[in-house]
Design a protein. Structure first.
Length: 233
């Protein structure tokens, strides 16, 4: 005999009084960003002009989040030595602080191990890709388009993973904050739950950058959010 059971449940049975917007991971060192976005949730897109600090911001968020959950950092931009130096400088060379901040930070230079990495950790993670355009252009993955990679990473949200994609922008989009202008594909602007654009103010020495929110799916805040200053790498 075959027994079937109705597992469908109407949404009305799940609607309580305390319905809140999605709340993500609090980033203590970036309180204005946390307040404006509700925390790191879903897929974050960090775009901007060259040398605006995209990789620095992604690494800072990773160091903060790795104290509470594993972070898989797929680096196609800087290299292990550069990242180790940045972490060393950022934490003042304090061995205890470095140990605490990096004990759940896993650095990779190939996406070939993505699925096995997630299986080995066996729990919700933060996945960071710097930068997403370099994944599709590598020889190993030349048969997979950038759109396919964006969809594959976006699908990780269903398993309670969070994702940060660092993205390059087209030269024609420099000078202004916008959700368009990402290199090679428009799929990024559709996939992102929250998108940031980093702009370098004119006549600056390069240590400061303006952070703008260009997409905020679950919260009302958009536009200029704060000015970030690069210190200690």
């Amino acid at each position: 005999h075959t027994h079937s059971r109705n597992t469908l449940s109407p949404l009305s049975s799940q609607m309580g009084k305390d319905i809140q917007p999605p709340t993500g991971i609090v980033i203590p060192c970036l309180p204005r960003i946390t307040e404006a976005t509700g925390g790191l949730y879903g897929l974050w897109l960090i775009g901007g002009e060259p040398a605006a600090g995209k990789s620095t911001l992604a690494l800072q968020i990773s160091l903060s989040v790795s104290r509470r959950r594993p972070v898989l950092y797929y680096d196609f931009e800087q290299g292990t030595g550069v990242i180790k130096w940045h972490v060393h400088k950022a934490l003042g060379g304090d061995k205890d602080k470095i140990q605490d901040a990096t004990k759940q930070l896993y650095l990779r230079h190939s996406m070939a191990s993505l699925e096995s990495d997630l299986d080995m950790l066996g729990c919700p993670c933060l996945v960071v890709v710097d930068s997403i355009q370099k994944v599709a252009s590598s020889v190993t993955y030349r048969r997979e388009s950038l759109e396919q990679w964006v969809h594959k990473l976006e699908a990780l949200k269903k398993y309670d993973h969070h994702i940060i994609l660092v993205s390059e922008k087209n030269r024609g989009s420099y000078g202004g904050a916008s959700l368009s202008g990402y290199k090679e594909t428009g799929e990024l602007e559709y996939a992102a739950d929250t998108a940031f654009d980093m702009l370098k103010p004119e006549e600056e020495d390069g240590s400061r950058t303006e952070l703008h929110i260009t997409k905020n799916r679950h919260y009302p805040k958009r536009g200029f959010i704060t000015t970030l200053t690069r210190k200690n790498s």
